[in-house]
Structure formats: C-alpha cells, structure tokens
Ligand binder design. Structure first.
Ligand code: CA
Length: 428
C-alpha cells in the first residue's frame, strides 16, 4: 500500500507545495470547491492552491471521469478503491512532472480565492464514543465511583446523529436555544445555551456500499474507510444534561456539526497505520467478530490533533490563536476505525459512500490533552486561564475554534487536514 506517492523526497513543481505543513504532494486530499462565482467542482489541495480535477478530467483515469463531473464526492467514493488509487497516481504524476506544468497550471486556483463546500451529500451521520480518556473524564463528573459503564470495554458505543446540520469549516456557530434545568430550580426554562462546548473528533468518510442485511467482516472493514476529516461535534452541555435521559443527546448536538473540507484519503494515510495499543491488564478481549490479527497489528491511526482558541480580545490585542489542547488519536481510541465500521454494520445496517462516522471526542489522559472544555474546566468548576489573563469555562460569543490535525511518521512527509473552524455567534 505504500508506494512512490509517499516518498518523502517527491517534489512538486507547484511553488510552496514541498514545504507546506498540510498539503505537500504526498497528501493530495479530495474536496469540493468553487472559485470566484463559479459552480462547485472537485479538486485537490496542493500547497496553497487547489487543482481543479473536474477541469483536467481528460488527463485522469477513464473510470473516474464521470464521477469527477459531479458536485460531491459520493460517486467517486462509490467506485472501487483501485480507481481512487489510479486517480492518486495520475494526479501525483501531473503535479511532479515539470513537463506537465504549463498544461496543468491554468487549472490551479489560489486557495484563498476559493470557497470550500461540504465534500459529500451525507446520507447518514453516526457519532461514536471510542475516546476512552474522554469517556472516563466525563463519566467521573457524573459517577465518581464508576466512570465507565460496564458495556464500554465490550461494545463500541455510538448513537445516530443528524446529517442535515453537518456543515463545512467556516460556518458560523449560532448559540442554540433549548430547555435547561437551572441548578436548584424545580422547573426548566427555555433559553440560550450558557455552556457551549466543542468536541475534538476525527470523521471517517465511508466508501462503497453494503446492502441492508449484509454485514462487513472485521478483516474487510478498513477498506470501507475512504478518507478522514476533522470533526467538531458542537455541544450544548446545559441542554444535554436535562434532555439526554433516557435516549441520549438530541438538540444538544444537532444544531451544528462542523467538518474540515478536505478528505485526507485512505491512500494518503497508508504510512500512518500503527499497532493498536494493548488494552490495560484485566480488560476483556474484544468479541470474535471485532477481532482481526491484522487490525490489531496495524489498524490504529496516529494523527496529532489540537484545538486552537482565538477570543475577540486576543484578536484585538493582535495575539495569535492559543493551543487549548494537544492529543493523538492512537493514544485516545479504545477501538480501531475498522472495529467502528464493522460494529456499525454487524446488525445488518447498510453503510453508503459519503456516510460520516465520528470517532467521539479524542482526549488524552493528561492535563492539556482534553478534547472538550467540559473536561478542561472539570464541568465548569475550574476556569481555564488564557495567556492574556482571560478565563473560560465554556465558549463565549466571538470565540473562534480551529481544530487542526497532522499525520506524522519518521521517514515520511507530514500531511495535514487543513483547519476545521467555527466562530460562535450570539443566540438569535
Ligand atoms: Ca461527540
């Protein structure tokens, strides 16, 4: 699976691409963009540019050309993985062969002049809860004696989210209204959320299709992951606390979910799979249908993740974003991406190209690695002190969050996701 397109020494003729923190030629993420007032088109990010793949489809594999004429990636990710490998190879050749520069350069757009769009028409969105340090920290706030419920180490916990309110990075975050039970009150009120929070997650974009009733064996589950994004599962903690029993979060989560625009493909991520960390002594082994030797040996993804906060005062003072938390997906995930996909379909649920699966909040175990403010402020009890002296328990109007992520491994070029951004606007 690792080939010449992952060679750390590969170089692109596109100015600035080789030194780009997110989009060197080893990445080639797929997305949907429009340039100026143009229609949405499929493109790849290369350095600070977007290459219009729709516009150069005649230089690309025949099998992909029809799908490259669409305004979402659904058709492209419904194709066999071999077609997307062929597309990666063709795009890599066009961007590394300087003899092609004159022909291809007219199809490059400055990313700053482009509008990103949601990459898929999302049929379904499911959010899991596989970040064990997050589940433990949140559980401790409610159940100090038993932070993790008995099912946690046996079953990948998840719930069905809301696809209609998933938006691309840059979409404003309108503070939601909802039912809230104030502390000490005997009746709820309806009002603006006072405990607005983020959740740092990875999103898995599904490739291919399985029919209703057709399960996905664990050994084949990774092939159904077409690519990844960063995902912010905005959460209204005060609404959540009142409404979540007995069926789980509802309005606390469905007012907005933000994803990064570029799909970092399974092909690009080939060098970054590592062994799944061993479970703690005394933890149960996964049941057979979730167990595969290859998945345990090389089924964990190592992505460095961070939450950057910029407040209105910081911007007025000319201060850059402050890293609220830094973590790594492999250290956080109790279940592998393949186990998530396998489990989702194990009862017969059909998954389709463009479906979105969130991992759940990916917190580390230590201070400074928490994937939500709820954890950082320990339920709002301990304010987070920012470098300019401001404090936060939860997000305030005007706060802008950027999730960032990079895959790194010795001997390979680091590749990134590009930011997943949202700025909080006052309740309407
Ligand atoms: Ca979540």
């Amino acid at each position: 699976m690792i080939d010449h397109t992952h060679d750390a020494h590969a170089s692109s003729w596109v100015a600035g691409a080789d030194d780009h923190a997110d989009f060197p030629v080893q990445n080639l993420p797929l997305g949907v963009f429009s340039a100026g007032s143009g229609h949405p088109r499929i493109g790849t990010a290369i350095g600070d540019h977007v290459l219009d793949l729709t516009g150069i489809a005649l230089h690309l594999p025949v099998a992909c050309r029809g799908a490259l004429g669409a305004t979402t990636l659904n058709a492209l990710f419904a194709l066999p993985a071999a077609d997307r490998w062929a597309l990666r190879h063709a795009v890599f050749t066009l961007l590394t062969d300087s003899a092609m520069a004159q022909r291809i350069a007219p199809h490059l757009h400055h990313m700053a002049d482009c509008t990103p769009h949601l990459p898929f028409r999302i049929g379904d969105y499911t959010d899991f809860y596989v970040g064990i340090h997050h589940a433990t920290a949140i559980g401790k706030l409610f159940r100090p004696d038993q932070p993790l419920l008995p099912n946690y180490r046996h079953v990948p916990i998840g719930y069905h989210g809301r696809a209609s309110s998933v938006r691309v990075s840059g979409t404003p975050v309108n503070r939601p209204h909802g039912q809230i039970m104030p502390a000490g009150a005997v009746a709820p009120v309806h009002g603006a959320c006072q405990r607005l929070d983020c959740e740092l997650e990875l999103g898995l974009w599904i490739a291919g299709d399985n029919a209703l009733g057709q399960t996905i064996p664990i050994a084949q589950a990774r092939d159904r992951i077409g690519g990844l994004c960063l995902l912010n599962d905005w959460s209204a903690r005060d609404i959540q606390a009142w409404e979540y029993q007995p069926l789980g979060p509802f309005l606390a989560k469905n007012f907005l979910t933000t994803v990064s625009p570029w799909v970092v493909t399974a092909e690009a991520l080939a060098p970054f799979w590592l062994p799944q960390p061993p479970r703690a002594a005394g933890d149960p082994a996964p049941l057979d249908y979730l167990t595969d030797a290859d998945d345990q040996a090389q089924g964990a993804l190592s992505i460095d993740l961070a939450i950057m906060l910029s407040t209105p005062a910081m911007r007025a003072q000319g201060l850059g974003p402050h890293p609220l938390a830094q973590t790594n997906s492999r250290n956080a995930m109790y279940w592998t991406p393949a186990q998530i996909v396998c489990h989702h379909a194990s009862g017969g649920c059909d998954l389709h190209a463009g479906d979105l699966l969130g991992t759940g909040t990916l917190s580390g175990p230590a201070q400074g690695s928490e994937g939500s403010l709820m954890e950082m402020s320990r339920g709002g009890r301990h304010p987070i002190v920012l470098p300019n002296g401001e404090t936060r328990r939860f997000l305030e109007d005007g706060d802008e969050l950027a999730l960032i992520g990079h895959a790194r491994r010795d001997g390979y070029r680091a590749i990134g996701f590009g930011p997943c951004i949202g700025r909080v606007e006052p309740a309407r």
